[in-house]
Design a protein around this ligand. Sequence first.
Ligand SMILES: Cc1cc2nc3c(=O)[nH]c(=O)nc-3n(C[C@H](O)[C@H](O)[C@H](O)COP(=O)(O)OP(=O)(O)OC[C@H]3O[C@@H](n4cnc5c(N)ncnc54)[C@H](O)[C@@H]3O)c2cc1C
Length: 323
Amino acid sequence: MHDLIIIGGGPASQSAAMYAIGKQINFLMIYEKLGGRVDQVTPADRDYLVGSIVVHFDFPDAEDEEDHLIGSSAVHLFERQIKTRTGRVLNDLVTQIKREGDVFHVATKHHGVQQGVTVLLATGAKPRSLEVPGAGELLVGNLGYSVTTHSQQIANRSVGVVGTTEYALYGAAEFAQTAAQVYLVIPDTKIMSLPIAQALTQRPNVEVLAGYRLTEVVGRFKVEQLVVERAGQPRSLNVDVAYVDVGREPQSDLVKNFGITDQDGFVQTNGSGATDISGLFAAGDVTRALGEQVLIAIGDGARAAVSAHQYLLTQSAPRQLGT
Ligand SMILES: Cc1cc2nc3c(=O)[nH]c(=O)nc-3n(C[C@H](O)[C@H](O)[C@H](O)COP(=O)(O)OP(=O)(O)OC[C@H]3O[C@@H](n4cnc5c(N)ncnc54)[C@H](O)[C@@H]3O)c2cc1C
């Protein structure tokens, strides 16, 4: 029986594990993919696998790179510490979480059922993709993350942005600071009421195409045109580069039956990572943590681990210290 079972191998889980090591909590971390640098994931030489996603850093000068690699360097440092803890990590897929009495039963694909007094879920979220011809090959995904990464590439160029999230709007606003022209395609007009959407309509180099939907991405080796359509009327936009952010899908199926997810599937927590189920905590992108950034996930994971630790200390049974 473990005091704490951490599910996930991304920055939120790793910082939670680091906290658990520091406090000698008897923990077990179960992850499908542990974050780490992978050289051959894509042709680019600065791609990092952080949990389940590839984070790309591409800065022309070293000074910038230093600033932006802080999150990933921390994750790699954590990883080295965690890997040396024999018996504390399991590379496996968690298939089910059940609570029986005061004990969580965490079923894995290859290592049977693990038992824990507390569980910390940090399984992340997957970016949604756009199913239109050409999109898969030519669009740059996840505008919300890519703005800082790609800002140098869009200076004085024509940029298309397809977005359904507030992050997409902030991304478009950042692009507008250096791009010659930004075409902002907003299929769902609900987000037009946000102050950032209104601010964008005032920018001279931004054309907001509210209520339009993307029907095709045209280009041979790189994107050349976005074909959009509203009320049966097509329109072609000439662009040099295009970004898309149509939201994220939280990987929260494991706790669906606990009734702690919101209408979009994100795990609901209080400000400290606790859910409404006692002993069950969550952190990082699987929650609505503001930011969707490595550094924020690191803070979030540590905070949830503190909460889990405090919960353990309030239990009447004496805790056995981990090593
Ligand atoms: C394309 C892209 C680019 C990004 N670029 C940046 C950037 O430049 N800078 C930045 O700061 N942030 C960036 N982010 C955001 C950042 O990577 C995330 O905010 C951060 O990784 C979230 O950490 P996490 O630990 O919550 O989840 P994740 O890193 O997603 O980790 C989830 C973990 O859970 C594991 N897992 C899931 N389900 C199971 C299961 N059933 N059993 C076992 N393990 C499971 C996965 O294997 C993985 O280890 C980017 C994100 C994306 C998608």
